[in-house]
Design a protein around this ligand. Structure first.
Ligand code: HQG
Length: 178
């Protein structure tokens, strides 16, 4: 079993469906590390050194251990209602959202909606946004006028792994050229 495939499974469990392995997350999204390992092991091999390697080497730094390493959680991307204690911050003047070309007309009409997740995900650079968009077929990049939104009172959050998160981006703050 590759680390990547185990990491994808962990994302599914820690962000979306802990019940698949009967795991409990607390209100801040934390799972007990020993319990997680025991339960994941019923589906695929996982030990603590492997989990530590996944957390340390994940290219998007998707997971964090608590300081005492007894707990683990996903840093962002949840669809289940947990409070991962995101930092509320002033965003850069411009952020980017990568999506699929097939969603562009709906986004132009409705703005960016969080869909199944707790937040709309925004990237601070075009390369990252292009990678995010490519997950949905032909990529399409929207520029988000985050500076204007912030000045207008919208709240921005940043996860510990650097993803910008917001409840909604009204269409008037979206641009299509950069
Ligand atoms: C689109 C991955 C139609 C939205 C990535 C997106 C990210 C609309 C899709 C993270 C819409 C939802 C999140 C509207 C938004 N009409 N479509 N009005 N508003 N959409 O996967 O942002 O690898 O839930 O554009 O890297 O693609 O999993 O969100 O295309 O950071 O760690 O609805 O997930 O990270 O798709 O990706 P998603 P996303 P990981």
């Amino acid at each position: 079993m590759s680390l990547k495939s185990t990491s994808k499974f962990l994302s599914l469990i820690l962000r979306h469906k802990p019940q698949l392995i009967g795991l409990q997350l607390d209100e801040h999204g934390w799972a007990d590390v020993d319990d997680l390992i025991r339960r994941v092991n019923r589906k695929r091999p996982l030990d603590l050194p492997t989990l530590e390697k996944i957390v340390a080497q994940d290219e998007k730094q998707r997971y964090s251990f608590s300081a005492d390493k007894k707990l683990i959680r996903a840093n962002q991307g949840h669809s289940i209602a947990v409070d991962v204690e995101l930092a509320e911050l002033e965003p850069p003047k411009i952020l980017y959202h990568g999506t699929g070309e097939k969603f562009a007309s709906s986004i132009r009409a409705q703005g960016l909606l969080k869909m199944s997740r707790l937040y709309v995900h925004l990237s601070s650079d075009i390369d990252t946004a292009t990678k995010v968009g490519s997950r949905h077929g032909v990529p399409k990049i929207f520029t988000v006028e985050s500076g204007k939104m912030f000045a207008d009172g919208c709240k921005f959050f940043r996860s510990v792994n650097g993803v910008w998160l917001i409840e909604h981006v009204p269409a008037k703050y979206l641009k299509e050229s950069f």
